[in-house]
Design a protein around this ligand. Structure first.
Ligand code: PHE
Length: 450
C-alpha cells in the first residue's frame, strides 16, 4: 500500500461528502415531513438544527477522520485505545446498511430503465411495484447492476474514482432537480401546493416536529455511518473543515428543499393536500410519483429525468458506504483495491439477497414484525446510529475534551464556532440523540408516530 489517498482539494471533498449526504432521504422523506409538519415551520426548525446539532456532529466526524487519518474501525482506537470499541460498533453500521441500500438502488435502476424504454405508463398500474419487488430474477438482476455501478466508481480510488464521479454527478443532480421542480410548478394546481409547502403553519409546531427534524437531519447528513470519518481521513490538512461542513449542509438542505418543490406541489395538484402530506418512502417514489408524471404533459420525459436524479443521488451515497468498508479492509490487509472491491461486492451481494428475497419467496420471514430489509434498517438506523453518535459525543466532549478537535481544526484556520461547538457536543447533541433513539424505537413499535 502506498501513500494514503487524498481528495484533490476543498471542492472535491465537499462534492463527495455532499454526494453522500444527498440521497434517498432527501428525496422521499424530507418532502413528506415538511408537508406534514407545517411547511415553512418545519423548514425553520430544520435550519436551526442544521447549523447547531448537524453542524457539530458532522464537524466532529470529519475532524476525527482527518486527525487520525484512519478508517472508522481504527480511528477511535488511535485516539484512545480504551475506546476502540466505538470504532468496532461504528464499523457495523455501513456493513449492515450497504447491502440493503443497494437493494433499493436496484429498484431505482429498474424504474430508470423502464422510463428510458419509454414504458413509464406500465408503472402506473396498481400492482406493478409489488409484482416487481416480490419477484426473484429481476430484483436480483437490478441489485447486481447497482452494485457493479457502485464498485466501478469505487475501484478507481479516492481522487480518480469517487471525486471524479461526484464532480460530474452532483452538478447534473442540481440541474435535473431544479429543472424538474420548475416544470412541476407549471402544472395547473401546483402553485397552491407550492404555498402549502413554504408557508409556515405555526400551529403545526410541536415537540414531534422538532424530533422528526433532528432525526431526518441526522440521517440526511450521513452521520454515524463512518462515512464522514473515512472521507475526513482523505482531506488535506490545509482545507478548512468548518467551511466545508457549512457547504455540505447548504448542499444537502438545498436539495432536500428542492425535492420538496418537486414532490409536494405536483402530488398536491394531482391528489390534493392530504396525499401530499401522507406519502413517503417507496410508495411515494415507486407508486404515486409514476402516476403523477403520467398525468403531466411530457410525463415520460419528466419521469425519466426524475429517476436519473434519484439514481445519481443513490449511487453517490452507496459509493460512500462502499468506500467506508473498503478503507477498513485496506488498512487491515495488504490486498490491492481491485481484490478488495471484488470481495466487498460479492459479500454485499450475498448479504443483500435475504433483504430482496424477503419481499418475495421469503416473505413469511419476519423479525419483530418487520420484513428482513426493514429489520436491517431498524438495527442500523434506529438503534445503532444514535448510540454510536451518542458515544462519540461523550468520548469527545468528556473524555478526549474538545481542545483536541479545536487543535485539528485550527491547523488551517481559526475555529470560529468553538463556543457553540462545546455546548452542543456536551449537552444539546446528547439530549437530541437520546430523544431520537427513544422516539424512533417507539415509533417502530407503533407506540408513538413521527
Ligand atoms: N444521507 C443519505 C440520505 O439522505 C443516507 C445515506 C447515505 C444512506 C449513505 C446510506 C449511505 O439518503
Amino acid at each position: 500500500m502506498g501513500e494514503k489517498q487524498k481528495f484533490s482539494g476543498k471542492i472535491g471533498f465537499i462534492l463527495a461528502a455532499a454526494g453522500s449526504a444527498v440521497g434517498l432521504g432527501n428525496l422521499w422523506r424530507f418532502p413528506y415531513l415538511a408537508a406534514k409538519y407545517g411547511g415553512g415551520t418545519f423548514l425553520l426548525i430544520y435550519l436551526v438544527l442544521a447549523v447547531t446539532f448537524g453542524f457539530t456532529l458532522m464537524l466532529t466526524e470529519i475532524t476525527i477522520g482527518r486527525k487520525t487519518g484512519k478508517s472508522v474501525i481504527n480511528a477511535y482506537g488511535a485516539l484512545n485505545s480504551k475506546f476502540k470499541f466505538i470504532g468496532y460498533l461504528s464499523a457495523l453500521v455501513p456493513i449492515i446498511i450497504f447491502p440493503y441500500y443497494c437493494v433499493i438502488g436496484g429498484w431505482v435502476v429498474k424504474y430508470l430503465t423502464v422510463y428510458l424504454m419509454n414504458e413509464g405508463v406500465a408503472a402506473t398500474q396498481d400492482t406493478y411495484f409489488t409484482n416487481f419487488i416480490t419477484g426473484t430474477t429481476q430484483p436480483i438482476l437490478f441489485l447486481g447492476i447497482f452494485l457493479i455501478a457502485t464498485a466501478t466508481i469505487v475501484v478507481g480510488g479516492v481522487e480518480k474514482g469517487i471525486e471524479k464521479f461526484n464532480k460530474i454527478l452532483m452538478p447534473l443532480l442540481i440541474l435535473l432537480s431544479i429543472g424538474i421542480a420548475l416544470y412541476g410548478l407549471t402544472v395547473p394546481g401546483a402553485m397552491e401546493g407550492f404555498f402549502y409547502y413554504i408557508t409556515p403553519d405555526i400551529s403545526k409546531f410541536s415537540f414531534a416536529a422538532v424530533i422528526a427534524a433532528a432525526g431526518q437531519l441526522f440521517y440526511s447528513l450521513s452521520l454515524a455511518m463512518g462515512i464522514m470519518i473515512t472521507y475526513g481521513s482523505y482531506m488535506k490538512k490545509e482545507d478548512n473543515i468548518e467551511s466545508c461542513v457549512r457547504h455540505i449542509e447548504i448542499f444537502d438542505t438545498g436539495i432536500a428543499f428542492i425535492a420538496g418543490l418537486i414532490v409536494v406541489p405536483s402530488v398536491f395538484a394531482f391528489a390534493g393536500g392530504e396525499q401530499a402530506a401522507s406519502a413517503s418512502g417507496p410508495s411515494l417514489m415507486f407508486v404515486i410519483l409514476p402516476r403523477v408524471f403520467d398525468s403531466m404533459k411530457f410525463g415520460s420525459i419528466i419521469g425519466g429525468a426524475f429517476f436519473a436524479l434519484v439514481f445519481f443521488a443513490a449511487v453517490t451515497s452507496s459509493i460512500s458506504l462502499m468506500e467506508t468498508i473498503v478503507s477498513m479492509i485496506e488498512e487491515k490487509t495488504k490486498w490491492n483495491r481491485i481484490t478488495i472491491c471484488i470481495i466487498v461486492i460479492l459479500l454485499g451481494f450475498a448479504m443483500a439477497l435475504p433483504s430482496t428475497l424477503g419481499f418475495g419467496v421469503w416473505s413469511s420471514v419476519t423479525i419483530i414484525g418487520l420484513s428482513i430489509l426493514d429489520f436491517f434498517d431498524f438495527i442500523s438506523n434506529t438503534v445503532l446510529m444514535p448510540i454510536v453518535s451518542l458515544l462519540m459525543c461523550i468520548f469527545i466532549g468528556y473524555i478526549m475534551k474538545t481542545d483536541m478537535i479545536a487543535k485539528e481544526i485550527s491547523t488551517s484556520e481559526k475555529f470560529k464556532s468553538r463556543k457553540l461547538y462545546d455546548i452542543v457536543i456536551k449537552f444539546i447533541a446528547p439530549i437530541f440523540l437520546i430523544l431520537i433513539l427513544v422516539t424512533s424505537i417507539l415509533s417502530v413499535f407503533k407506540i408513538f408516530t413521527l
